[in-house]
Design a protein around this ligand. Structure first.
Ligand SMILES: C[S@@+](CC[C@H](N)C(=O)[O-])C[C@H]1O[C@@H](n2cnc3c(N)ncnc32)[C@H](O)[C@@H]1O
Length: 415
């Protein structure tokens, strides 16, 4: 029995219900969520997030207010560091060669993606580079305001001079680039939303999409790439992996993580108005504000770039260390490195298993989270001998009457 004291708190029943739905999705209990929050308060010595009212937003009269709204409300404005783009893309040079690249969430004057592809245009041998900018982006038009209508524009590059485009101060000589008759910079007729018809036409004309799309629209973004059967290498958060639109792509080996990020956090630049009140935030030596984000991964379907290495397994199965779920015919493996070398049945492993996943070694069967009952096919649920449990909140694995975290069910492939 737990020796921790029980605490009673009053919660609005509607709020409780809605919050519980979110926790079910993630596969954690409300108690675990509240404990996580209290530990963060303890660790940081303050509220671990900004507390804001939820009044209707006023009309924005100036760029700064618009900027604030975009950052704080949507948290979509995290700008990727050049080093992170370079480290990943250099792994895919063979795939990129001769291809038309689209960066469809990228102000060409701010984006590290645009910068990387322009600098490496000739050495990789790209066919073209197109970058579109979203009018609502907080940085749109700040660096290079185009005269006239909105701040949504596209940059199309088909030729890059052989001489270095990088000036001594590190900036790109974009004037020379867009002076070349093959290249152009022009307004879009709409706002540059990647879902707009004109942006979809650009998508249609491209071979590979490379960007860091807005986090809040990550699923829509992947859906669109899937519908258009496009190759891509995009930055996202591993939380997105468990979404019902995305997990089947991992299961069916249509998407996997890129090469360069497998752990830790990444630094992203944020605009000047972004509140720096969380751990790991700061201002760098150039005065640029940054935050650190955990769980960032490259999501890709670029085929030849995938390097696979079977996991070296050292543990052996015993029923004390690997209890069976009460609602599935599968064993719980709390850490990927502890997958038993000699167990041939179904095993529940953490989501981080995907960092090590080699499809020649294991098959992914399903995701056991709070949506398993609705998202997993009846046949698979029968195969894994799923039994409805009163506490499983949609299909989370149960051990000793308690829900565990969301788990990926895997099975060893016969050699
Ligand atoms: C996470 S930021 C990344 C920016 C840039 N790709 C980078 O990596 O530095 C996402 C960008 O997408 C823009 N954005 C937000 N919603 C969009 C939409 N519906 N269509 C196109 N871009 C959008 C944001 O304004 C922001 O500039």
């Amino acid at each position: 029995m737990s020796t921790k004291p029980t605490t009673t708190i009053r919660i609005d029943p509607d709020v409780k219900k809605r919050a519980n739905e979110v926790f079910d999705d993630i596969g954690i209990s409300m108690s675990a969520a509240i404990n996580t929050f209290l530990k963060a308060v303890d660790r940081e010595g303050s509220m671990p997030f900004e507390i804001k009212g939820c009044r209707p937003q006023p009309a924005f009269s100036n760029a700064n207010a618009r900027l604030n709204n975009a950052f704080i409300v949507k948290k979509d404005e995290f700008y990727t560091q050049y080093e992170d783009v370079e480290k990943e893309m250099l792994n895919h040079q063979e795939q990129l060669k001769g291809k038309a690249i689209l960066c469809n969430c990228d102000d060409p004057f701010e984006s590290a993606f645009f910068r990387f592809f322009v600098i490496h245009f000739n050495s990789i041998g790209l066919a073209s580079l197109t970058s579109t900018c979203y009018a609502e982006s907080s940085l749109a038009g700040l660096e290079y305001p185009l005269e006239g209508r909105s701040n949504a524009y596209k940059a199309v590059v088909k030729k890059v001079p052989d001489d270095s485009l990088v000036r001594p101060d590190g900036s790109l000589d974009l004037e020379s680039l867009f002076d070349m008759p093959e290249n152009h910079l022009e307004h879009l007729s709409g706002n540059g939303d990647f879902r707009s018809d004109e942006c979809k036409t650009l998508l249609q004309e491209s071979d590979i999409v490379a960007t860091n799309p807005p986090f809040s629209l990550f699923r829509d973004f992947i859906d669109m790439l899937k519908d258009h059967e496009k190759d891509f290498i995009i930055l996202g958060n591993m939380n997105a992996t468990t979404a019902k639109e995305i997990f089947p792509l991992f299961r069916d080996n249509k998407v996997w993580y890129g090469e360069s990020i497998r752990s830790g956090d990444r630094k992203f630049f944020v605009p000047d108005s972004y509140p720096l009140n969380a751990t790991g935030c700061g201002i760098d030596e150039n005065g640029k504000r940054y935050i650190r984000v955990k769980g960032v991964r490259w999501f890709t379907n670029l085929n030849t770039s995938r390097s696979l290495q079977p996991l070296k397994l050292e543990c052996t199965y015993n029923n004390n260390d690997y209890p069976k779920y009460e609602n599935y015919n599968a064993i719980e493996v709390g850490r990927t490195q502890n997958i038993p070398v000699d167990y041939d049945g179904i095993m529940g492993v953490p989501i981080t298993f995907l960092d090590k996943y080699d499809p020649s070694q294991f098959e992914i069967v399903m995701l056991a989270n709070g949506n398993a009952r609705t998202n997993v096919s009846p046949k698979t649920l029968t195969d894994v001998k799923y039994r409805l449990h009163p506490n499983d909140k949609g299909g989370v694995g149960i051990i000793n009457g308690k829900r565990v975290y969301a788990r990926i069910f895997i099975r060893r492939k016969s050699s």
